[in-house]
Design a binder for this molecule. Structure first.
Ligand code: AMP
Length: 495
């Protein structure tokens, strides 16, 4: 198994040279065309001073050109650093100071911002400038060692400053290899790619699955249910965040016949509610395959391709991933069925946080396991269930409440479209459990919901208050932003 990432790319580029790799609104790119442009672009990057190991910061809209830039960067042996286009100038200044890129590629409108914050040491280009009059000569791939860093992705970080997760050639190559095998990817596949490509899900999981297997990607600028539905007749796989699936279900045009030609729907990056899982199966006959991973680790667990895909579970540890549940404070391994922190080890686990050895040291156990920050348990047959982030754990009157357990009861109700359960400061209890819900239709009745919760949950888990909202705040990956909710409702019980 190649652990030099570009070598793995090159194997596919050669094996599938004349096949269409990317379809993008009428344009078709074969594997050979993509590699040729990547090679020429790598020459340009070298001319701009991007040496192996240097950082390339990319903050652009999703496009085939951006993807080619990623391939060219790996080919040049440099470190790819993609950023969400939503970041503000203050945040960008932090990333530039922290990562010290030699080149920033950005939207036209941001060139002045990067010039200002980068000073003389930073070359700034738009994609159009970068691709204009590319040199004919293709720079040869720069060989890399397994542990050399291929990318740095800053994690969303619910607390403190974002941290740069350093992902090595081995991390990325090994995870891609495992996934194509586990999810049965082949060169016959046609993947609908509607995710952003500044995040692990859209960039590594989706793109590497397609590239490593010689598949074709239908590359869409964003997720639009009607467009995605329109592609399903000639596609085989969709990878999405759970909101893709709730939005597809909300569209009456999404029928069993529409989903019929597809072989696989994958969900991840945020919990897929059991309700959505069941509604999807009822509508289409497909069981969504849910998997779990994170920026620092790549993919960790997955429901099986052939075996039971279980609602509300993230499935089994992937081949090569060691996973255990431990007590957060002591690190003591817990028995099967007990709830604790999820810890993992394997070739896919990142090399540490960029220029932050203290943080890196504090997130690993002495025996090399990475402390994910997710709370969960292992069922008797090995399936992993997550119950929420450790930071979202609610301690009320000294008792632990896992938000996911309360959310599952709420999500199950026909009169609730979506729910988030948080802890807010409370004079007597320390924290009080509060539910924030978006009602579905007019039938919503707070007292009925409370009565149902009382019937199903221990009294200390029943929310002290149920608040209704028009929408829950979510980030681009579909994750509910609980931190915002906690801030918004901090004074609910007098602070
Ligand atoms: P990120 O680093 O932005 O990819 O976020 C990783 C986090 O997303 C994980 O630590 C989990 O808390 C969450 N996550 C990813 N996949 C799932 C899933 N299938 N179910 C629940 N949470 C998930």
């Amino acid at each position: 198994m190649a652990s030099d990432l570009y070598s793995r790319f090159a194997t596919s580029f050669a094996a599938h040279a004349d096949k269409v790799f990317i379809e993008d609104e009428g344009r078709h790119w074969t594997y050979r065309e993509i590699e040729t442009v990547a090679g020429r672009l790598a020459s340009r990057l070298a001319a701009l001073g991007l040496a192996p190991g240097e950082r390339l910061l990319v903050q652009t809209d999703k496009s085939v050109e951006t993807l080619i830039l990623y391939f060219a960067c790996v080919r040049a042996g440099a470190i790819y650093l993609p950023l969400n286009t939503d970041y503000t100038e203050a945040e960008l200044a932090y990333f530039v100071a922290d990562a010290e890129p030699v080149l920033a590629v950005c939207r036209e409108a941001s060139t002045a911002v990067f010039a200002r914050i980068g000073g003389d040491g930073l070359a700034v280009r738009t994609l159009a400038q970068l691709f204009a009059d590319l040199p004919e000569a293709q720079a040869p791939p720069v060989p890399r060692e397994a542990d050399d860093i291929a990318a740095i992705l800053y994690t969303s970080g619910t607390t403190g400053k974002p941290k740069g997760a350093m992902l090595s050639n081995r991390n990325l190559a090994s995870n891609g290899e495992v996934l194509i095998d586990y999810w049965r990817f082949s060169s016959d596949d046609r993947l609908i790619h509607a995710l952003p490509i500044f995040h692990v899900h859209g960039l590594f999981v989706a793109v590497h699955c397609a590239l490593f297997s010689g598949a074709t990607m239908i590359f869409l600028a964003k997720f639009d249910p009607a467009t995605v539905i329109g592609h399903m007749a000639h596609a085989s796989v969709l990878m999405g965040v759970p909101t893709f699936y709730t939005r597809l279900l909300a569209d009456p045009a999404f029928t069993r016949a529409v989903a019929g030609p597809m072989r696989l729907f994958v969900a991840g990056s945020a919990p897929l509610s059991a309700d959505t899982f069941r509604a999807f199966e009822e509508r289409t006959g497909h069981r969504v395959l849910e998997r779990y991973g994170m920026t620092e680790t790549g993919m960790l667990t997955s429901n099986p391709y052939d075996g039971e895909r279980r609602a509300g579970s993230v499935g089994l540890p992937l081949p090569g991933v060691e996973l255990r549940i431990a007590e957060f404070e002591s690190g003591r391994e817990l028995a099967q069925g007990e709830v604790g922190i999820v810890e993992v080890r394997g070739a896919n686990i990142f090399r540490g946080y960029w220029r932050n050895p203290e943080k890196t040291a504090s997130e690993f156990r002495p025996d090399g396991y990475f402390i994910t920050g997710d709370m969960g348990l292992i069922e008797p047959d090995g399936y992993v269930q997550l119950v929420g982030r450790e930071k979202d754990l609610i301690i009320t009157g000294g008792l632990n409440v896992y938000p996911a357990e309360v959310e599952a009861v709420l999500d199950d109700r026909a009169d609730i479209a979506e729910a988030a359960v948080i802890g807010v400061p409370h004079a007597d209890f320390g924290e009080a459990v509060v539910a924030v819900v978006r009602p579905a239709g007019d039938a919503f009745d707070k007292d009925a919901v409370r009565a149902a919760l009382r019937a199903q949950l221990a009294a200390f888990k029943v929310p002290k208050d149920i608040l209704t909202v028009d929408a829950l705040p979510r980030n681009t990956m579909g994750k509910i932003q609980k931190k915002l909710l906690r801030e918004r409702y901090a004074g609910l019980f007098g602070g």
